[in-house]
Design a protein around this ligand. Structure first.
Ligand SMILES: *Cc1c(COP(=O)(O)O)cnc(C)c1O
Ligand code: SF4
Length: 370
């Protein structure tokens, strides 16, 4: 499994801090592990200042070094196309107008507030919808910034959920995490805290830390939303991370992004969803890829997503079928998109397309109809 890193002592391999300290951040280091294509070499050089590279040894170990189209490699290794003029022109740095007056805070839906806790990530995913923050350097919010955010929360009684995001919110120290969670818990109208973290995928060793798990348990209810995109990201270590979270009362949900070359294939998505259920992660969203500057080369058509959704229905338990959603530009919200199963309607009589086979005519009256 560890392949290129088989000589690393297990104790180090299982340490999150070792994984972070030994991230691969330069072309020279990466070349020791995989033979780079010209497009990748050029990519690393050209994206260096705009969208830096960082890959944990763990995530790198999942890459097949012989395959230039490896789905994990495509998510982690820069390519020149990111800074191609056309690709740059097609996207926007902040298509959802997240940036507002309080640093890190986006309040789009009345009941939910999003707060980005840091710009640091374990791996800088090439498709990231917040790619713009890569340039800000690796910086966590200060206690003053956290306090300002909490003041805002206190003034908004309609807020029931806080969504901590990033960057990678769980990359902050246990002490800082405990600080922010304690402060949020002082606000009585906040019921649920959701943490959007990709560490179960990029450095699951973070969750081998009992102190962290204790903090999460203490501030319950906390939900985790993670971001698996490919069945090969599901490993013994990631399953262990999820298991530990569940044992501490933290449910784990997943949002996948539909990415060209990575998972724009019905079989791959079906396998991913099955694997997620097996490790007890509930797939919640399949997101259509956003028009983000430097990442539009990952976009597929909407039809591709609909084709995948059709394929899933009937082949996997309902628990394994996510909502396919598009985030509307300008911060107008996420909308579900679904294949249409109603083919025809006459009065109260509908013609449905069955996910198993053929068509079914079905007359549906409400209780008061004669
Ligand atoms: C996506 C998002 C949310 C959460 O939406 P859910 O549908 O609950 O996952 C909240 N706030 C902002 C700004 C978002 O972009
Ligand atoms: S971990 Fe999340 S925020 Fe960080 S680069 Fe990847 S997708 Fe973006």
């Amino acid at each position: 499994m560890r392949g290129l890193f088989r000589d690393v002592k297990t104790e180090l391999w299982r340490s999150y801090h070792w994984q972070i300290q030994n991230r691969i951040k330069t072309k020279e280091e990466l070349k020791r592990y995989i033979r780079l294509t010209p497009e990748e070499e050029e990519g690393i050089d050209k994206t260096y200042s705009l969208y830096p590279m960082a890959i944990t040894p763990y995530y790198l170990s999942l890459i097949d070094p012989e395959d230039p189209q490896d789905p994990i490699r495509l998510q982690a290794v820069p390519r020149a196309v990111e800074v191609d003029e056309k690709v740059q022109a097609l996207g926007e740095p902040d298509p959802f107008k997240e940036e507002g007056s309080i640093p890190g805070l986006t309040h789009r839906y009345p009941d939910r507030v999003l707060f980005t806790l840091t710009t640091f990530c374990a791996v800088y995913c090439r498709h990231c919808m917040r790619k713009r923050i890569f340039q800000e350097g690796e910086r966590a919010r200060t206690k003053e910034e956290i306090d300002r955010f909490v003041e805002y929360l206190k003034s908004r009684e309609e807020v029931r959920e806080v969504l901590l995001s990033g960057g990678e919110p769980l990359s902050v120290s246990n002490e800082k995490l405990n600080y922010v969670l304690s402060k949020i818990r002082e606000v009585s109208h906040v019921e649920v805290i959701r943490i959007g973290t990709r560490l179960p995928v990029l450095a699951p060793q973070r969750f081998f830390d009992d102190e962290l798990l204790g903090i999460l348990e203490r501030h319950s209810p906390i939900w985790i939303n993670t971001h698996f995109n490919h069945p090969r990201e599901i490993t013994e270590e990631s399953a262990e991370a999820v298991e530990r979270l569940l044992r501490h009362g933290v449910p784990v949900n997943n949002q996948t992004v539909l990415l060209k070359g990575v998972n724009d294939n019905p079989e791959v998505v079906l396998k991913l969803m099955r694997e997620l259920l097996r490790i007890k992660v509930r797939p919640v969203y399949l997101f259509h890829c956003d028009p983000v500057k430097g990442a539009v080369h990952f976009r597929t058509s909407l039809e591709k997503g609909l084709e995948i959704m059709e394929y899933l229905r009937g082949k996997i338990s309902g628990m394994g079928i996510p909502t396919y959603a598009v985030d509307l530009p300008g911060g107008k919200g996420k909308v579900p998109v679904s294949p249409n199963y109603i083919v025809k309607r006459e009065g109260q009589t509908y013609l449905f397309r069955s996910p198993l086979d053929g068509f079914v005519e079905y007359t549906i009256c409400d209780a008061e109809a004669p």
